[in-house]
Design a protein around this ligand. Sequence first.
Ligand SMILES: N[C@@H](CCC(=O)N[C@@H](CS)C(=O)NCC(=O)O)C(=O)O
Length: 206
Amino acid sequence: MAVLTLYHAAPSRSSIVRWMLEELGEPYDIHLLSLVKGEQQAPDYLAINPMGKVPALRHGDVIVTESAAICTYLADEFPAAKLNAPVGDPRRGPYLRWLFFAAGCIEPATVDHAYPHKEKPRRGALGYGDYDSVMDVTAKAVEAGPYLLGDQFTAADVIVGSIVRWGLQFKLMPDRQEFTDYVGRLEERPALQRTVALDAELAAAS
Ligand SMILES: N[C@@H](CCC(=O)N[C@@H](CS)C(=O)NCC(=O)O)C(=O)O
């Protein structure tokens, strides 16, 4: 049995972690959950992720939840794959910044955009500020490319890239050239292509 197990549903945010695992090249098992059948609320699974959400990752005795945390964890646990900026590398600052910015700003700004508030919240009260600023900052970050840290592809691209792909797909992010070019570069990666194909098979079978 593989040491790594991904608690997964396709399609869902757990595909982000599947892409990360495909980039790592480490063997992993999939524990499939049906969100439609509510299997994420079963007591056995709530013991793994009390939020009743996928993804979750088991690595030996360690459980990690939250897609950005899982990708950060994997990149650090398997440094040979060179998907992180290690402690001591000055690029670790921007690396961590984009991982946290994705989880704390890009994702909530994009999801809020899909479900507008009845009353416009005060900019200062929202951790992400406002949607337009988040889009501008993200576009600037991916503009030069090919990746967030330049030539090195990292876990930060898995997280930011997944949200941007999803945001464009569901028309929740503006169709800006910076975003479409970045997603185009990501979609050339064999690991992402494998993930999309494997998840399409899973979705078709369920
Ligand atoms: N912040 C979490 C969000 C996870 C999440 O919302 N997962 C959705 C699938 S896309 C889920 O499990 N939904 C089932 C439910 O809430 O019942 C992460 O990034 O891992």
